[in-house]
Design a protein around this ligand. Structure first.
Ligand code: SF4
Length: 297
């Protein structure tokens, strides 16, 4: 995260935003081209770009990809936005943490790309998933994407840690069909160790989603020696069991696939010696969720 991105605040129009670093041009690590057609970013002044970002006309995109059977039902276009307030030790996309590493893209351009896949979404029951990084670092941009997708009749999902859930307006929630809620730990001290941040905002956001009837898929990353303590899993499972709109829990085994990115970025990777969980450990943790009547994958 860059030095300007830590302080959430409200704008005078009432839409919460995070003060963002202006994206670097051409600085992304893309799986697919982010693109900037129709957006004269080289001539736009810094303040103009800030204004566009505040209005949600412009966002910072890391990459996008077409996926099936992950990030929500059916075939989905998943847009990975740049910027994240968390610093998860196991993050496999640390290049999404800083917003300025992303590439500027207009909401209209991204929505035009989404529109191309509408027939596939219709056939497969898929749609648009907005992920990151942390999408709620760019709430106005996300709000435009959600609204644009719904106007095209496309189903939507947002993949979030919930840490910035207070930035998600009720109007945005009206345009979200599914939230992929990453609950990274159930014990506050463990959560802080894993992410560097507080657990409470995530708990609050999940409860708000359940109270308004928004469907939730919970994701829990199982990391031996970090998140696997029985009492930590119990705390997550106890919490999730109180959320009436959770339709599935995904226990995601830790892997080392992001390791090289940490090194490339010159960041210290603290899980160098951590192994993926054994099948027995994965089974134990899944069972801890199942014992509460939850549907677990
Ligand atoms: S919330 Fe996601 S993107 Fe952010 S640091 Fe954690 S794993 Fe990485």
């Amino acid at each position: 995260m860059n030095a300007t991105s830590t302080a959430p605040h409200d704008t005078d129009c009432g839409a919460p935003v995070v003060e963002l670093g202006v994206p670097l041009i051409g600085g992304s690590h893309q799986r697919s081209s982010a693109g900037t057609a129709g957006l004269d970013t080289t001539d736009a002044t810094r303040s103009e770009r800030f204004a566009q970002m505040r209005a949600g006309e412009l966002g910072s995109l890391h990459s996008w990809e077409l996926v099936t059977a992950v990030d929500g039902p059916g075939t989905r276009l998943t847009a990975f936005l740049s910027g994240c307030p968390l610093r998860c030790l196991y993050c496999h996309n640390p290049d999404t943490m800083e917003m300025r590493r992303g590439e500027p893209i207009s909401a209209d351009e991204l929505l035009a790309r989404v529109a191309r896949y509408r027939p596939i979404f219709e056939v497969t029951g898929g749609g648009l998933t907005i992920s990151g990084g942390e999408p709620l670092m760019q709430p106005a941009f996300v709000a435009r994407l959600l609204r644009g997708a719904k106007e095209m009749g496309i189903r939507t999902a947002v993949d979030t840690s919930g840490y910035l859930g207070a930035h998600c307006t009720d109007e945005m929630l009206d345009d979200i069909d599914l939230v992929l809620l990453d609950v990274k730990s159930g014990i506050p001290d463990t959560y802080r160790k894993v992410t560097g941040r507080d657990l409470q905002p995530t708990l609050d956001f999940g409860r708000r989603l359940a109270a308004r009837g928004t469907e939730i898929w919970v994701r829990f990353v199982l990391v031996p020696g970090l998140t696997d303590a029985p009492e930590n899993v119990e705390a997550v499972a106890d919490y999730v069991a109180t959320l009436s709109t959770v339709s599935r829990v995904e226990v995601l085994p830790f892997h080392q696939m992001g390791r090289d990115k940490w090194e490339t970025l010159g960041l210290k990777y603290e899980l160098e010696d951590t192994q993926p969980p054994s099948p027995e450990l994965v089974a134990r943790v899944r069972e801890q969720f199942r014992e509460r009547g939850l549907t677990v994958y």
